[in-house]
Design a protein around this ligand. Structure first.
Ligand code: DGL
Length: 267
């Protein structure tokens, strides 16, 4: 049977494509409708109210498109979804909760989190991990600039290296860590740079944990599609060029359409 409606994916920009990558691997038959609010990136330096308003617009847009669930492919937004969107009927899936489960399931005694300033200031990772196991030690580091740089899709290796090296030095000076959560969906796009400054460290990609969770949720909803062709549509408040570059960089299946809102462009 299954539910032939698409899976909706939202992020402030191109970061959520790291979730699309895992969706295309684990659930290749599913249609995907992606919304990236690149015109308003970075969410991580905004107020809670601003983030809630911008997120509401994206969620309502995707509900209009009749998606079957919404994957919040953004850690910053995930910190506020329970507070603002718990009365929505459609399942809205956080990226943080499944990652907190991973930490506890794998019995990590200590873990690092590098994320946007907003995500770190909410203490969301700390809280969700400690709710399950109070003994886990969480070491945090906020970045005001890395997501914006990656979202520009116009960065040099050295520009990324400079920021990543700063944040890796900071977090490792607080604690000698073996496991670090890349707690912003833009960061796994440049995971090779994190690996340069943390060889031997296990960098946890929350996108993978979120998609495992979605897989199980679809089973429960009897909503999984197991055959037929899938489609991938992108809506952005920014520029389609950034998506073309990122799709290449992440080796994603190509979108059927990338639409700049207002002017629907065919690829
Ligand atoms: N990709 C988003 C996240 O996972 C945030 C980027 C931003 O600050 O807009 O937190």
């Amino acid at each position: 049977m299954g539910d032939h409606r698409a899976i909706g994916v939202i992020d402030s920009g191109v970061g959520g494509l790291t979730v699309v990558k895992e969706l295309q691997k684990l659930l290749p038959q599913e249609d995907i409708i992606y919304f990236g609010d690149n015109a308003n990136v970075p969410y991580g330096n905004r107020s809670e109210e601003e983030i809630a308003d911008l997120t509401k617009a994206m969620i309502d847009y995707l509900i209009e498109k009749d998606v079957k669930l919404i994957a919040v492919a953004c850690n910053t937004i995930s910190t506020i979804v329970d507070k603002y969107f718990s009365d929505y009927e459609i399942p809205i899936v956080s990226i943080i909760a499944p990652t907190a489960n991973y930490v506890v399931k794998n019995k990590l005694n200590e873990v690092g989190v590098i994320a946007t300033n907003f995500t770190i200031q909410t203490g969301a990772y700390d809280k969700l991990i400690k709710d399950k196991d109070i003994s886990v030690e969480v070491t945090s580091e906020g970045s005001p600039n890395l997501a914006t740089l990656v979202d520009s899709a116009d960065f040099t290796d050295d520009e990324v290296r400079q920021l990543v090296s700063l944040h890796m030095k900071n977090i490792l000076s607080k604690k000698d860590l073996k496991d670090i959560i890349l707690g912003c969906t833009h960061y796994p796009i440049v995971v090779d740079k994190f690996q340069e400054f943390g060889p031997g460290i296990n960098f946890i990609n929350p996108a993978y944990e979120q998609v495992l969770y979605i897989d199980k949720l679809l089973d429960k909803m009897d909503g999984k599609i197991i055959d037929g062709n899938s489609s991938f549509t992108v809506y952005t408040s920014g520029k389609r060029d950034a998506y073309l570059k990122m799709v290449d960089l992440l080796a994603l299946d190509k979108p059927d359409n990338i639409m700049e809102l207002g002017l629907e462009l065919q690829q």
